[in-house]
Design a protein around this ligand. Sequence first.
Ligand code: HEC
Ligand code: HEC
Length: 298
Amino acid sequence: MLSRCLRAGAALLLAGCLSARQADQVAGAEKERNAQQQKKDPNQKEKASADLADLMGGPRLDQAAVERGRKIFIPTCGFCHGNDAHGKSGPDLVRSALVLHDNKGDTIGPVIRNGRSDRGMPAFSSLSTEQIADISTFLHSRAADVSNRFTYKIGDLITGDPRKGAKFFNGAGHCDSCHSPSGDLAHIATKYEPVELQRRMLYPAPNLIDLYLGKQVKPPAPSKVTVHQASGEEVSGTLDHIDEFTVALHDASGWYRSFSRENAKVDIHDPRAAHEALLPKYTDDAMHNVLAYLETLK
Ligand code: HEC
Ligand code: HEC
């Protein structure tokens, strides 16, 4: 059905392919899931986002716009990007740098309107500026949800047991395979307030709200890349640049190399992927214990 819809070529074609009832069902299922999550304490999540925004001195998201954006996004974009925007056949938009830097549709608008038809992203030329701004707000709310997942515990953030946290760090959490308390994480607790330390530990990316405010942020760790060339040669290194046509990297000895993407297969490895995989695995206890342990690294 999807390919038939795509061939139809009309803008907003996918919305047309889902009946209004199906779209409502999808939206309904999502709502139900959210309701389950919030059952413990209703309004908690929204309140937490607002608290966090206040703490960081950032703007609050307009909840009505989030809802409007969700209603457009799920039936129109959810097929490919996932109803939660975390990606399916299309890329994860919650972690997209393009989305992160977007303000009311200024960077994502052109991609949505023009599409990237050669790469599987259709054009949605009939979406209005307001609708795109609402989608943008919805996507920002998804990013905020991810980084706020535990922050409603702001009040009793450091209630964990640091010794158990250390055990988790060097054991089940495998944190020690990438970090060292006397190396890269030395004095980490003096660098960040607990809420920011927790955020970075859960989701080590530039703070969305800081980016919004145009504050100076620590640049994210660079991605590793491997280029498999048609000749069979493989080259790995640190990613410098990638676009539709070329990929550039510097290898272990510091040499800068660039390749045409034609006939080459490119594997990008985000060094923070381990954190992404950890997020759903943390129990509240483990999370509190590790944070308590990190807080001892003064
Ligand atoms: C038929 C599948 C499909 C649908 C439907 C779709 N997309 Fe995409 N989208 C893609 C693919 C595939 C890419 C990656 C294109 C590329 O590699 O450059 C993409 C890329 C994007 C990007 C760029 C991300 C980045 O980091 O560069 C944005 C933003 C985006 N889509 C938003 C949307 C929105 C909003 C909608 C709904 C209005 C939508 N897409 C509907 C498949 C889809
Ligand atoms: C596979 C490697 C890997 C594993 C495993 C890993 N991390 Fe990380 N971690 C990273 C990378 C990469 C960053 C991003 C560093 C950056 O952007 O500067 C990071 C960032 C962090 C930060 C923020 C540091 C800063 O200065 O902003 C903390 C805190 C952290 N990780 C804690 C943990 C804990 C706790 C665990 C185990 C539960 C863990 N990490 C497991 C790779 C890893």
